[in-house]
Design a protein around this ligand. Sequence first.
Ligand SMILES: [Zn+2]
Length: 382
Amino acid sequence: MTQSLIRIPSHKDIKGQERDVAEFIHHFLLENEIQSQLVPVVDDRPNVIAVIKGDDTGKSIMFNGHTDTVLPYNMTIEPFSGKLENGKIYGRGSVDMKGALASFIITLLAIKRSGFTPGGDIVFTAVIGEEGKSEGTEHLIKSGIKTDAAIVGEPSDYEYAVGHRGLEWFDVTIYGKASHSGKPENGVNAIEHAMTFIQRVKQDLYPVLKKKHAEYMGDSVMNFGTISGGTEQSTVADKCIIRLDRRYIPGETIESVMKEYQDIIDNLHNEDPTFRAKIEITPESLLELYHPPLITSINEPIVSAIRESIRDVIKREPAITRGMGWSDAALLKTYAHIPTIVFGPGDLTLAHTEIEYVEVEDLVKAVDIYCRVVQRFTKLMD
Ligand SMILES: [Zn+2]
């Protein structure tokens, strides 16, 4: 299944992007008599929503995974062959996260074939766009989806995450005034002002961020990702855009984070009225929902269900992940109020890399773990 999914590319340069892989999953489920529907989200790109009905005596659970991948970029292996060698399956999306999708699908199949009736519904959502604006999971939430818990299958290497940082992308646009480079005093150089802004952020904000830390999430951090400005060498640059990534923790909000930069912009403007800039959320980074931190209490029943199920299989106490990247789990928890954790097969550090792979053993064990979670969690009474 993992190989089949890798062989259907679903990055953003593919027409319809996730459509073909979604149709493949949908038809596979139907052929195996599992209820499934394709739900169009945007531009002919559908989510797959499948259900195995429970007998309404216990709790429902959602398995959530994204069908999109990042581009092949500089992969040094064939990205879409799905080659299996020495127990590893190679290709774009193998670990992020077609391996997890395959594990979810095979879990449904195993439950179906075993004749086990879950206490509550098992809902499988294969969503579009997680590497983009999270259109797929946002659509689920707006359609009112609700289960008693959810597992997002991002790779977690036999650990599980109950929290991760929020993530927002910002554009800081710095305005200058063009003039001929022979008379630079007639202009305002936006590139020089950008340099001043960066220096001030390093001086004033970095020390503040260094003091902010959350136990299961890591430090509050930021990164200057790209900078672009100016038109040509003989013109004073009239505009410069800095794009940055900000990972924030509970206690910080989208407003408080933006204000940190706005304060620096205001201070610089007061010191030098020619300094003019604005900050905004990078327009193509979201639809409507922000990307808050994931905060699920370790006292939630789904947390003990996953912890005990991992322990059954690896024969030791699993660790709680610290510092996992942002995922759709945060949307399900924040906006649909579903206690959500992250657990999936493979090593997260291989995601988006030149030689991406997932180990077959990890896939098989993930199915074992997911099946145990279903048996444990859906049989819980209120
Ligand atoms: Zn992912």
